[in-house]
Design a protein around this ligand. Structure first.
Ligand code: SF4
Ligand code: SF4
Length: 332
C-alpha cells in the first residue's frame, strides 16, 4: 500500500482520530491530507473514528485519486482508551423532546439508548440532557474485542503501541493479530522511552526491547516499521521535540532490527531541517503539528455546521498548506 513514487521519496503518515478528537475534524483532516498525498492515515481502532476517516478519504479519493493505507493503532496495555456515553432509556420520560439525539454527530442515540460502536465520547449529549441522565465511562479495547474489531475494520496496517517492559502482553496482542487472520501489508511498532524521574530509560533499553519484538514478529513475514517516538504524546509543536526525535534516530537508527524506520512523537515542520540529508529515515508521521495548521479553517466550517470540503476555495487552501507541510519529505 505504501507507494514510494521515486527512490528518494519518503512516505508520510497522518496521525489523527485519537480518543475524543472531534469526529468532524477527523473527516476533514483525512480528506485534506489524502488530497495532499499522505501514504498512510493512522487512527484509533474505534469503529466510529474509522468510519469518519473513511468518509474523508473517500471524498478525496474521488476527486484526487489518492488512496492512503488505513493504519489502526492498538495497544498492548491500557494506554489507548476511549470515553463513551451511556444512559438507561427506561428512565427517559415520554414527554422528552430528545435533545440528546439531535446533538449526536454520529447518530448513535435512539430509543434503545446509545449504540456503543457509534459513540466516540464527544460528550455533547451529556450536556444536552435536561435530567442529567447521561454519564460517561472509560472503554478499553480488550484483547477479546480486538479480533472482532480487526475483522470489522479490515485495516491495511496496524501500529502496536508498546512499552519496554510489556513484552508478555505484546506477545498476546501478536497472537490475536495472527488468529484474526487480518491481511496486513505492514506492522508498525511504536515504543517510546519513559523519561519519568523514577523510571528513566535509555535508548539502549529501547533497542533491546525492539529486538525482542522483532524475534516475535519475524516469522509473520509482514514488513515491519520501527516507529521511533522521540517524545511520545509530546504535542509535537516545539523545535526541541523535533530535536529529541532526531537525536534518538541518530543514536539507534543504524542498530534497529530489519525493517523500515519512521520518525514520530515530536515531529513537526522543523524535523527535516535537523536531519542530515544523507541520513534520512524511510518515513515520517505527523500528529499535532499537521492537525494544528488546519484548525482555523476546519473550525470556520464547523461553526457553520459544514465540512470544510463543502467550501471548495477554503478546502483548496487547506490542501495547499498540507502539501507545503509535506513537501520536504516528498522531494527530499
Ligand atoms: S453525542 Fe453522546 S452518544 Fe453521540 S458520540 Fe457524542 S458522547 Fe457519544
Ligand atoms: S435528553 Fe435525557 S431524558 Fe431526554 S431522551 Fe435523552 S437521555 Fe433521555
Amino acid at each position: 500500500m505504501i507507494k514510494i513514487k521515486n527512490k528518494k521519496d519518503k512516505w508520510t503518515k497522518l496521525i489523527c482520530g485519537a480518543s475524543n478528537e472531534d469526529i468532524l475534524s477527523i473527516e476533514d483532516l483525512c480528506a485534506i491530507y489524502t488530497a495532499a498525498g499522505v501514504d498512510y492515515i493512522d487512527v484509533a481502532a474505534e469503529e466510529s473514528i474509522v468510519l469518519a476517516a473513511k468518509k474523508g478519504i473517500k471524498w478525496a479519493k474521488e476527486t484526487f485519486k489518492n488512496s492512503p493505507g488505513l493504519m489502526i493503532s492498538i495497544s498492548d496495555g491500557n494506554d489507548i482508551h476511549f470515553r463513551k456515553a451511556k444512559f438507561d432509556p427506561l428512565r427517559c420520560p415520554p414527554y422528552c423532546q430528545r435533545p440528546c439525539e439531535k446533538v449526536c454527530p454520529t447518530f448513535a442515540i435512539d430509543n434503545s439508548g446509545i449504540e456503543k460502536s457509534k459513540c466516540y465520547g464527544c460528550g455533547r449529549c451529556i450536556n444536552s440532557c435536561p435530567l442529567n441522565l447521561i454519564s460517561e465511562y472509560e472503554y478499553n479495547l480488550s484483547k477479546d474485542d480486538l479480533a472482532l474489531t480487526l475483522q470489522k475494520i479490515k485495516p491495511n496496517a496496524v501500529e502496536i503501541h508498546t512499552e519496554i517492559n510489556r513484552l508478555h502482553s505484546f506477545t498476546k496482542v501478536v497472537d490475536v493479530l495472527q488468529s484474526s487472520k487480518t491481511k496486513l501489508d505492514k506492522i508498525s511498532i511504536s515504543c517510546g522511552l519513559n523519561q519519568s524521574v523514577n523510571n528513566s530509560q535509555e535508548p539502549e533499553d529501547l533497542l533491546e526491547a525492539l529486538w525482542e519484538r522483532y524475534d516475535i514478529l519475524k516469522d509473520l513475514n509482514i514488513p515491519l516499521i520501527w516507529q521511533l517516538d522521540g517524545r511520545p504524546m509530546s504535542g509535537d509543536l516545539s523545535p526541541s521535540t523535533s530535536k529529541d526525535t532526531v537525536r534518538l534516530f541518530e543514536r539507534i537508527g543504524s542498530e534497529l532490527p530489519p525493517g523500515l524506520i519512521q520518525l514520530a512523537g515530536g515531529t513537526n515542520e522543523k524535523t527535516h531541517e535537523f536531519l542530515k540529508s544523507n541520513n534520512l529515515p524511510d518515513g515520517i508521521a505527523f500528529g499535532s503539528a499537521a492537525r494544528k495548521i488546519m484548525q482555523p479553517l476546519i473550525e470556520f466550517a464547523h461553526t457553520n455546521n459544514k465540512k470544510l470540503y463543502q467550501y471548495p476555495e477554503r478546502m483548496a487552501l487547506a490542501i495547499k498548506k498540507a502539501q507545503t507541510f509535506l513537501k520536504p519529505w516528498k522531494s527530499s
